[in-house]
Design a protein around this ligand. Structure first.
Ligand code: BJW
Ligand code: ZN
Length: 242
């Protein structure tokens, strides 16, 4: 199915959900996880994004997160993020579901967002659970941030491998996937679960599912349409047809 047919389906839809991944922020200058040159090209995920890694090398894990916070602070949302903000305004029931932790959807002006994997600007204490403000966290540029309440280590408010997603957020995402008429998937390799199961939930309930990605992914053979190319171009192109 082509972009024009998708635009027609969107015009006839009241319930639309969109799942995004690292690829939508690539054109802003945020490295992806699994592409050549992406974050995982230099480090294995378990070496950084797990509680085991944090317990054995908290300074290395924080160094990585400080570096990423700096990167996202220096970049801006791109036309892909902006097209989704415009799409939200046209659809009565619109749900954006993101795996990204970079805050760029919010900064672009997106309203209805479910952040499945947390957010780089947030942190909380490993002992007392107290969250720290982004302003407090910003005082730390290299070292391990310390909880202002109890003095133990803060950790990023990010879902690491082997950790449960927030059940309320995940359930809302599953509900949106099951209830929508059209489900768009943009810039994700669709390898990491449970997020990668959402397009399958949508398909099972009879939604039309479309993918925007540079490459074929784990779900490309299942979807109703695959739009190749950078989503900073393809998503605005879709918007121009609405
Ligand atoms: C473009 C583009 C452009 C580029 N335009 N496109 C075996 C089977 C099933 C599940 C498991 C399993 N073994 C283990 C698991 C569970 C595990 C999992 O799924 N692992 C898989 C790798 C197999 N999942 C979990 O652990 C989750 N928790 C869980 O399951 O809890 C229950 C449980 C508890 C206890 C024990 C077992 C289970 C938690 C997952 C949390 C994921 N967190 C991460 C890291 C956070 C760290 C951080 O960000 O700081 O989240 S992983 C990392 O991957 C990050 C991302 O959100 C996530 C998804 O990546 P994404 O966004 O798809 O990026 P890429 O790089 O993979 O892809 C980019 C895509 O964009 C590519 O396709 C490009 O082509 C494309 N692209 N430029 C368009 N311009
Ligand atoms: Zn504390």
């Amino acid at each position: 199915m082509g972009l024009e047919s998708l635009a027609q389906s969107l015009k006839n839809s009241t319930r639309v959900a969109v799942l995004t991944g690292a690829g939508i922020s690539a054109e802003s200058g945020v490295p992806t996880f699994r592409d050549p040159g992406g974050i995982w090209a230099k480090f294995r995920p378990e070496e950084l994004a797990s509680m085991d890694a944090f317990l054995s090398h908290p300074e290395r894990v924080w160094e990585w997160y400080h570096m990423r916070r700096k990167t996202v602070h220096e970049v801006k949302p791109n036309p892909g993020h902006e097209a989704l903000v415009q799409l939200e305004k046209l659809i009565p029931e619109f749900q954006l579901i993101t795996q990204n932790v970079d805050d760029l959807h919010k900064r672009a002006g997106q309203k209805n967002i479910l952040e499945l994997h947390g957010n780089l600007t947030r942190s909380y204490c490993v002992s007392c659970g107290e969250p720290a403000s982004p302003e407090y966290l910003n005082q730390f540029e290299k070292e391990i941030p310390i909880c202002p309440a109890c003095g133990d280590k803060l950790r990023p408010d990010i879902i690491w491998f082997g950790e449960m997603l927030n059940p309320d957020i995940l359930n809302s995402a599953i509900e949106a996937a099951r209830n929508c008429e059209v489900f768009l998937v943009a810039g994700t390799s669709a390898l990491v679960y449970p997020a990668a199961g959402l397009p399958l939930e949508a398909l099972n309930k009879g939604a039309q599912v479309f993918e925007f990605n540079l490459e074929e992914t784990a779900i490309s053979h299942l979807v109703h349409g695959h739009f190749p190319g950078p989503c900073g171009e393809s998503l605005p192109q879709l918007l121009s047809l609405l």
